[in-house]
Ligand binder design. Sequence first.
Ligand code: GDP
Ligand code: ZN
Length: 294
Amino acid sequence: MTKTKGLLIKGYNGFYYVKAENKLWSCSLRGRFRLTKQKFLPGDVVMFTEIEFPKGVIEEVLPRKNQLVRPSIANVEQAVITFALTAPNPDFLLLDRILVQVLEKEITPIICFNKADLVSEEERIKLISPYEKSGFTVICVSAETGSGIEALKKQIEGHLVVLAGPSGVGKSSILNALNSEFHLETGELSKKVERGKHTTRKVELLPLDEITYIADTPGFSTLFLPDGIEKNTLVHYYPEIFEAAHNCPFKSCMHHKERDCAVKDGVEKGLIDKGRYERYCILFEELKEREGKY
Ligand code: GDP
Ligand code: ZN
């Protein structure tokens, strides 16, 4: 029998929903998978046998590009890291932490600042420019007025995307603005009640259009830096610091306590954002302490 390639959207009660050529199949697993430790995750590209629509049987999972945990999602291509420009004020240290986690998984970060309707143009530019200068893609939106939503849509089109960021910044509102059919609950209170109801939350890929999917939960722990990152490699996650580091006189320079350092020079001359550099130092210290414990 011929096998069909599809995208696993969600698993539920032993069934797996697989999208292929715009049809949603309800698949079971070949018996042998119950014996192996093979897991099937939203985002997996699978080969399945068509039995009779909508019934199919999953035969094989194609190799994953990456995998996020808690909740598990496979093959994420982009992360829309969302913060509000105000209400609440952006927590840039948290933004940098999430950036590190996203880049470590080889996921393309899109930094999205919401609530553009609440700040002046001047304020907005001040807040976002350190990240634009670092070379990241930054998009300002307002879920409220709809400004910037088309630009965001264009940016994520055709990809498997997660929306990361703290609560209250407007993630659900942005999803609703991206697709008016989503009808996600917004505002703190309603969601807290909702969360209490289902303790084991399952991930689901929401179809934004025929080629774009958004996971409804981000799959990033917000605080911990991945085990794969060491103090010596942290600089790879700060593109502007990495670039300036080529001019440090000592190859072993960590751009931290050293006296002669091109990065610190750049900060003093205003070429590198001071806030970004300070956060690099905070994360550096944190990694140093972690490594000291081994
Ligand atoms: P989430 O917790 O990140 O999913 O945030 P929500 O989507 O629930 O939004 C949190 C609060 O911010 C709600 O009261 C929204 O109405 C409000 N909000 C969301 N987006 C905007 C925006 O663009 N402008 C303004 N002024 N408020 C917004
Ligand atoms: Zn240096």
